[in-house]
Write a protein that binds this ligand. Sequence first.
Ligand code: PNS
Length: 159
Amino acid sequence: MKRAVTPGTFDPITYGHLDVITRAAQLMDEVVVAVAASPGKNPLFSLEERTELAREATAHLPNVRVEPFDGLLVDFAKAQGAHALVKGLRAVTDFEYEFQMAALNYELSRDLETVFIMSPPQYMYLSSSIVRELASLGSPVDRFVPEHVAVALARKFVD
Ligand code: PNS
């Protein structure tokens, strides 16, 4: 059984994330989307909200499940019985940070392989932070996130 973990803060999940998750699900038997608590990033959505938004966004993918986690990613991946971490790579600007994380995770666990999936051109510029900023300024975000995420964003900035 080839089981992979796709980790992230998912604040909130975007079509860019969904592209990586969908392609990972085609390569692997099972994909666990790991929603990190990431308290240092001061997320807009709570861990429960981010997990629920990601669950709804991936409900159509039968071999994907979504789990929240706190603590070290390698420990979570080990507890899940995963052999690979799958991450999306957008532009060269992502590389330095992702390279550092992949090297550190390799140091922490030699059994876990980090695999990168390149973002297609239409998602190269897309990030959760850009989506949050657009939504906070009242700009429509339905091209970048599923409808239920756009609704959740609109609620955050109206309340
Ligand atoms: O979507 P993000 O915020 O770029 O994802 C980063 C994430 C959550 C994958 C990373 O911060 C992480 O793995 N956090 C868990 C804590 C951990 O294991 N840190 C050391 C890994 S370098």
